[in-house]
Design a protein around this ligand. Structure first.
Ligand SMILES: *Cc1c(COP(=O)(O)O)cnc(C)c1O
Length: 236
């Protein structure tokens, strides 16, 4: 497909995803404003992000710091615009990530949360984070083991400059979106069990679901879906 015809579909794609989100919310009998769309915009050029913004997208999720740093100034400080970091975070990059993204989706260790706390303290801010949970045990993926999560949360909750907003997961890819459902419901159950641990604020967010399975994720309680391909087309 030519790039021009691709980008012309952005508004339509956003609309389509919004309908899918609304329908899943309604099937689940949930509140209509309970799900946020995070446009996973890795490899997508700034001008296409601008189109998505015009089509109503307000949150962009980036995976690579350098790429995000190039796009952020192009979009500037548009009304309501938010950047999330959704990729794995290398420790040497943390100093440029903390404070630049309103939410970090993939905190994967207590040590990493500690580094974020130290950096946030220096900046005089509190950094909002999600804890990534590795439910499949795949070695290639980051995240807390579910058996470690409770202890980790108790430790991270003590860091004054970090705010734990919720949990994130990335299930193994399955052709059939129903294959993701057990992972999504497990993450929701983990949130319920963690809700009893005293932490600053409430652990409410569930970041789960991508282009092929976001509707299932919403049925299982997702509060944030990270959708790339369904908005921007296939990444080259
Ligand atoms: C790329 C990416 C997504 C979006 O994936 P699509 O299948 O393109 O919707 C979601 N989450 C993370 C962490 C990603 O890296």
């Amino acid at each position: 497909m030519e790039e021009t015809s691709c980008s012309r579909n952005i508004a339509e794609n956003v609309q389509h995803v919004r309908v899918g989100i609304r329908q899943a919310i309604s099937r689940a009998g949930r509140d209509s404003s309970s799900v946020q769309l995070v446009a996973a915009s890795k490899t997508v050029a700034s001008d296409v992000l601008l189109e998505a913004y015009v089509a109503g997208v307000r949150i962009f999720g980036e995976n690579r710091l350098q790429e995000a740093q190039e796009k952020m100034p192009v979009l500037g400080s548009r009304q309501g615009l938010n950047w999330h970091f959704i990729g794995r975070m290398q420790s040497r990059k943390l100093k440029d990530i903390v404070g630049k993204f309103s939410l970090l989706h993939s905190v994967e260790s207590v040590e990493q949360a500690g580094s974020i706390d130290t950096l946030a303290k220096k900046m005089g801010i509190q950094q909002a984070i999600l804890l990534e949970v590795n439910l499949s045990g795949e070695k290639t993926k980051g995240g807390f083991d579910c058996t470690d999560l409770q202890g980790a949360l108790e430790q991270i909750a003590k860091f004054p400059h970090v705010a734990i907003k919720g949990l994130m997961t990335l299930p193994p890819y399955s052709e059939n979106p129903e294959g993701s459902r057990p992972y999504f419901s497990q993450l929701r159950e983990m949130r319920e069990s963690l809700a009893r641990i005293p932490a600053k604020g409430r652990i409410e967010e569930l970041s789960m679901g991508m282009s092929h399975d976001y509707e299932v994720a919403i049925e299982e309680g997702a509060t944030m879906v990270r959708v790339g391909t369904a908005i921007f087309g296939k990444r080259s």
